[in-house]
Write a protein that binds this ligand. Structure first.
Ligand code: SF4
Length: 266
């Protein structure tokens, strides 16, 4: 079986413990306005036109985003990095896009990773069936679970999908006893008002959170906007400013005050 991957990051240190190899799987059912990987959202390898400008001149070239890999290819990449992975207690992370969108491939490849002794992590938007999450749970040592907004309408407006499924799947993971980290994009004007932050805290730290390893507060940044230009994709974030360092420190202090490990950034 083959899966489509649009980027492979070796020596990744922000996608779980230790040194990792992160595979960015193509396709995502969401369309977050601030997405940093818009080229990874479509489900198939795509040809995108890259436009570079030097002064008045415009240069166009075609770039293919996405390549097919089978399980053997993935394991071959991991084997090459095994020394670094083992020494650092790292592993492999599947990110995206949304890895669950290529579920059959993900299941096969994660099974093989486990059989070959690699620690497995999955960075997910949580938007998949609960049945699929139940199947992938025994193969996932660590979830990096994104929570964007608790208000369904607002979630739908800014990500294209409602949030019930996501929140249900989050609760499923909490109940499962698997380790998880929560990733919250901090997007000014979308989810950073004090009332919502307080509701997020109540939701994440609700009745049970002993397997919560960390909260990552991911400040919205405009660096991603250059990709929209590069790949000629409309950018909806307009003039939204990045959250200030002070604001991020305050948010970190707020969540840390409840005894949880918090990091600004991935
Ligand atoms: S869930 Fe992640 S990959 Fe998908 S659109 Fe949102 S930010 Fe992009």
């Amino acid at each position: 079986m083959k899966g489509i991957i649009f980027s492979v990051k070796r020596y990744a240190i922000h996608d779980g413990p230790g040194i990792r190899v992160t595979f960015f799987m193509k396709g995502c059912p969401l369309s977050c306005w601030w997405c940093h990987n818009p080229e990874g959202r479509s489900y198939e390898p795509s040809t995108v036109e890259q436009i570079d400008r030097i002064g008045e001149k415009e240069f166009r070239k075609k770039e293919i985003v996405g390549k097919f890999y089978d399980t053997k290819d993935i394991l071959a990449i991991l084997e090459k990095e095994r020394i670094f992975i083992n020494q650092s207690k790292g592993g492999v992370t599947f990110s995206g896009g949304e890895p669950m969108i290529q579920f059959d491939f993900l299941l096969e490849v994660m099974q093989s990773c486990k059989e070959n002794g690699f620690h497995t992590a999955m960075d997910t938007s949580g938007y998949s069936t609960s049945e699929s999450f139940n199947k992938i749970l025994p193969l996932t040592d660590l979830f990096l679970f994104d929570i964007k907004h608790l208000d369904n309408l607002k979630h739908k407006e800014f990500t294209g999908v409602p949030n019930e499924l996501i929140l249900n799947n989050f609760n499923l993971i909490v109940e499962s006893g698997n380790d998880y980290m929560v990733r919250i994009p901090i997007v000014p004007g979308f989810n950073d008002d004090p009332d919502h932050i307080s509701r997020l805290k109540n939701f994440i730290l609700g009745e049970k959170h002993e397997n919560l390893k960390m909260i990552n507060l991911l400040p919205f940044h405009k660096i991603g906007s250059s990709k929209y230009k590069k790949f000629n994709i409309p950018y909806k974030m307009g003039n939204v400013e990045e959250p200030s360092t002070q604001k991020m420190k305050e948010l970190k202090a707020f969540f840390s005050g409840y005894g949880v490990r918090v990091k600004i950034g991935g």
